[in-house]
Design a protein around this ligand. Sequence first.
Ligand code: IMP
Length: 179
Amino acid sequence: METNVQVHNKEFELLLEEDTIAKRIRLMAIQLNVDYENRNPLFIAVLNGSFLFMADLMKEINLPCETEFIKVASYHGTNSTGSVKDALGMPSNIKGRDIVIVEDIIDTGLTMQYILSEIAKQEPASVSVCTLLFKPDALKVEIPELNYVGFEIPNEFVVGYGLDYDGLGRNLNHIYRAV
Ligand code: IMP
């Protein structure tokens, strides 16, 4: 099996094989199936990176549930932080619901912190974060809702299985890290 790939002009080496990813997702789903029994959870996936993870995870969820997709846009603003975020497609009727946010990767955690603050405004019954990948060494903010983590990975750039490097690589079946 080929282990290195080139995306743009950068070389990446194999980090997580397709089979390993699939097995881990099955285990995460088993846990979710237990934890959310009789709760009709609403899974909210964060596009673009989570599209394959969300699809594979949902195939293993066997309880009544709903799904939504949001996209976080960042604009360069004039405020002190220099960037303004917007959660496009956020459902507006989640008061009292049990929410599971599905994300491909948590790096600094700033994107997730913003999503959590937007969701909290609507007073859901509960919120959990389910991420396939987590870089603990890159985290800049606490995410107490981070209850489901597929893999903890080193603080290195990764690509594949939904994750891109400058637009390319989302269609790779395995996950690779920059060499
Ligand atoms: P955070 O706000 O720093 O946690 O970054 C979250 C977003 O950055 C993710 O949803 C990804 O879109 C992107 N990202 C962070 N690390 C990587 C990586 O290693 N490869 C590809 N995308 C990444």
